[in-house]
Design a binder for this molecule. Structure first.
Ligand SMILES: [Zn+2]
Length: 265
């Protein structure tokens, strides 16, 4: 299944730029909702992923690729298993590529001190993050304000899609927003919500999948043997060679992210 809705907003205090990528443009003030929702035809929706909030200047840096991180340069797929790069969507600022390493990750600590479930939640989430660190340098940070990717133990809001009357329950949601960093680079940050009720293999799989989106795989694989398969499967696969091949291709693409924001006045 493909994308169901795709909405983009780019707003600034001075002006508003609206970009239509496929279907609709929706405008909101302040916190905006730039949504890219991907659903499936199945009853259980693994995830949808969305992006939001772009208080950036009207002059986005031109699209340019960054040097490939050494971890991906070194990656060789001896199995030649291909990729699903064609399923990955560029955004209006190009591909969602990180260029400052390590990528800083914050995992919400357990709040209920005696809760075994909460402890297991953090353990599984951290493990999935660890798995990706082979392919891109990651660092766990202690403060959410320092994070590029924040993982929160929270049930995602119900989502109502225009073509369906029933709101859909989701176990995970990944969103991003953009901002201009102190050193004037167009930057992005991700928030991943993962349901507290998810446990064990399901949570591990969901985190692995959502984190792949946050690293830049903004799309889904059509094959159930990939971590970024569009639907939840019982025996979730580890990160596959195809997942990494796709990630590597994403990082070869041009982006406005990580480049200096020009002043077009
Ligand atoms: Zn997904």
């Amino acid at each position: 299944m493909g994308r169901q809705t795709q909405k983009l907003i780019l707003s600034t205090p001075k002006s508003t730029i609206k970009t239509t990528i496929t279907k609709t443009v929706v405008l909101q003030r302040l916190i905006v909702s730039l949504a890219l929702a991907i659903g499936t035809a199945l009853l259980i929706i693994l995830t949808s992923f969305q992006s939001s909030a772009i208080p950036v200047t009207s002059a986005s840096p031109p699209l340019k690729p960054h040097p490939l991180p050494p971890t991906l340069t070194q990656w060789q797929d001896s199995t030649n298993s291909g990729d699903y790069f064609s399923q990955v969507s560029p955004t209006q600022v190009g591909y969602l590529v990180w260029s400052q390493f390590p990528i800083r990750v914050y995992v919400e600590p357990t709040q209920a001190v005696n809760s075994k479930q909460a402890e297991d939640w953090v353990k599984n989430v951290s493990q999935a993050v660890q798995e990706w660190s082979i392919y891109l340098p990651l660092a766990i940070v202690e403060q959410p304000k320092d994070a590029d990717i924040t993982i929160v133990r929270k049930t995602p809001p119900l989502q109502t899609s225009p073509d369906s009357k029933m709101p859909r329950a989701r176990s995970a949601q990944t969103t991003y927003e953009m901002y201009v960093s102190k050193n004037n680079l167009l930057s992005h940050r991700f928030t991943i919500l993962l349901s507290p009720s998810q446990t064990g293999q399901y949570l591990l799989a969901a985190t692995r999948h959502e984190f792949g989106h946050a690293l830049g795989i903004w799309g889904h694989s059509p094959l159930p043997s990939d971590a970024l398969y569009f639907s939840q499967v019982r025996n979730s696969p580890p990160i596959s060679a195809r997942d990494v091949n796709t990630l590597k291709r994403v990082y070869e693409q041009p982006t406005s992210l990580g480049w200096s924001v020009g002043n077009n006045s």
